[in-house]
Structures are given as C-alpha cells and as structure tokens.
Write a new protein. Structure first.
Lengths: 98, 245
C-alpha cells in the first residue's frame, strides 16, 4: 500500500512538472507567435522540474510528504518509509493521551 | 448496465441562473453542505458537554484536534499554531467529504478535479502571499537553490519556478486521482457481483462481493490518507514560505 502510494506520488510529481512546463510553453508561443520554439524549451525545463520534484520527494527534502520523519528515520538507521513511521508515532501518542 | 462513471455526474437539484451564469445547487453542493454540517456538528456537539473523561464524539473531536495540532508543530514549529484553523478546516472538509462519499447513493465531491484544484490553488496563493508578506523581495531567493554556482542560475531558476508552480497541480491531482480511481474500481467490481451472480445462480458473485468488502475497507484508509497527505503538504508549504530554505 505505502509502496503503491509512493509510486503514485512520484508519478504525479513528475507529470505535474511537465504539465506546467508545456502549459507555459504553449502560452508563450501563443503570445509571441514563436511556435514551437518556446514549447520545446519549456517542455525540457518542465521535464527537468518534474525530475527535480521526483528527486526531492524520493530523497525526502523539502516539499516531500513526511520529510522530517524520513530524516528522523535515517537517524534511527532503519529503512522504513517515513510516513508509516509518522502514523505509528501518532498511534502511540494517542494511546498515551488516553 | 449502469456505467461505473455515472456516479460522478453532476445533477442540478435546484436550478439557479444569475446573469447567464449557471450557479445551480447540485448534488455536489449538497454533499459539501452535508460535509460542513456534519463537521460542525461533530465539533460543536463533541465539545458542548466537555467532560474530563471524553465520550465517543468528544474523543473524535479531541483526536482530530490533536492530530492536526501535532502535524503543525512537527512540520512548522511553534509559529505554526497560527495556521491551525486553516489546516484543520481543510483536513476535516476533505476527510468528511471522502468518508461521506463512500456511503451508497452519496456523492464524492473530492473526485472532481475542479474542487480539489480550487482547494490546492487557494493553498498555493495563500502560501505565496504569506511568503511575500513575511520576506518581501527576499522571498524570491527561494527560487535559487543553495550552493549553486552563478553560471547555473539562468538554467536552474526557471526549473525551480516551474517546480514551484507545479505544486498546486500535483496537490490537486493526487487527491482527485485517488478518489476517482477508487470509486470507479468499487463500481466496476460491484458490477461483477451482479454480472457473475446472475449467470451462476449467485455463486459467482461471492468472490467479487468479498473483494468489494476488502476494497471498501481500503477506501476508508485511502480517504483518511489522502486528507492527511493534503494537510501535511499544506503544512510543509507553509513551513517553506515561513522559513524559505
């Protein structure tokens, strides 16, 4: 489940970058009448941005879900998914509060 | 047989038209109103007779409060408390909307991209204004990755800006795609129960029926998980705007 969730998250992150890049490219082409130069440039930039997004999510830097937990998990030197750890942590907190 | 996508159709309950604009009260609006009423009732009723040993409704209200308050202090820190009402409202709206959508004959408004996108763009614009107000022009240093040589800036700044602009899209598509796919799958498997059951005197319907029971449980988890992901990403974006790099 968490593996599928991570895969979907990475897929969406990548596609979002490409979509924004292509959107900006098409808009600039329509505005400047330079079709397809801007589309090509911004498609490549968008793909790069998408790859950046994926890299950030996967390596647990800013903008990634539960990145703080992922870093904590690294410190604990266990390879579990950060978000899973987060949920366990909350379950533990809830029990203690009861 | 009914299409598995029929559940996503918008139907006007009370047609209203103002100046050529269709602002009818639809089944989607009805689901949103139900979500608001239920969420408000849950919190108001839960805390109206607040006792030291909480009852069922009170512990749900307290747990959801503590969950989001913990999320904010984990990701943003002490100054995150100020944004608690916003994140909490967003979380409860999505969570209750997702859960209500699982009831038979109800409507899942989070399975419409326009609804999730409206929420995501609100977060995006709000966070951008927050960053601009807090850091003034210094906010734009956010788009310069730290420790990068000057020669790389013309290439990296557009990439960073596109990456920043892609946030509302990935935020909204994630929630929308999960809800759309889950509900379509439920309806398709539900169709198998009838289809296989009708030609095998009910025996063949048992397997898809068992599957749909399991999937409904999974959908409850996803309903919670997606509300959680939306809330935590909002927290992270607020954190980014407040602290930049």
């Amino acid at each position: 489940m968490s593996g599928v969730g991570l895969a979907l998250r990475l897929g969406v992150d990548f596609v979002a970058g490409v979509v924004v890049g292509v959107g900006i490219g098409l808009l600039l082409d329509w505005w400047l009448g330079s079709s397809p130069a801007m589309l090509i440039v911004f498609f490549l930039l968008g793909a790069a941005a998408g790859t950046f997004n994926v890299f950030r999510t996967a390596s647990g830097q800013g903008g990634a879900v539960g990145f703080k937990q992922a870093r904590d998990a690294e410190k604990d030197a266990d390879g579990t998914d950060g978000s899973d750890k987060k949920r366990e942590g909350n379950a533990r907190d809830d029990k203690r509060d009861d | 047989m009914a299409s598995p996508l029929e559940q996503f159709e918008i139907k006007a309950i009370a047609p209203i038209e103002v100046g050529g604009l269709d602002i009818s009260f639809t089944n989607s609006s009805a689901a949103m109103v139900a979500t608001l009423v239920l969420g408000t009732a849950l919190l108001v009723l839960g805390m109206s007779r607040a006792s030291v040993v909480p009852g069922r409704i009170q512990s749900i209200a307290e747990m959801s409060y503590e969950f989001i308050a913990g999320l904010l202090s984990d990701t943003v820190g002490a100054e995150g408390k100020r944004y608690f009402p916003f994140v909490f409202t967003l979380f409860m709206f999505i969570l209750i909307g997702n859960l209500l959508g699982l009831l038979p004959y109800s409507f899942t408004f989070t399975s419409h991209i326009i609804v999730t996108f409206a929420m995501a763009i609100t977060v995006f614009i709000g966070v951008t204004i927050l960053g601009l107000v807090k850091h003034k022009m210094h906010f734009f240093s956010f788009f310069v990755p730290p420790g990068v040589p000057l020669a790389m800036w013309p290439l990296l700044i557009p990439i960073e800006i596109i990456s920043y602009l892609s946030r509302p899209i990935s935020l909204s598509v994630r929630l929308f795609a999960n809800m759309l796919a889950g509900h379509t799958l439920l309806k398709v498997i539900g169709g198998f129960v009838f289809g296989l059951g009708a030609i095998t005197f009910g025996v063949g319907g048992l397997l898809p029926l068992a599957l749909i029971s399991v999937l409904t449980g999974l959908e409850v988890v996803i309903a919670f998980l997606q509300a959680y992901v939306f809330a935590i990403l909002t927290c992270l974006y607020i954190n980014d705007a407040l602290h930049l790099h």
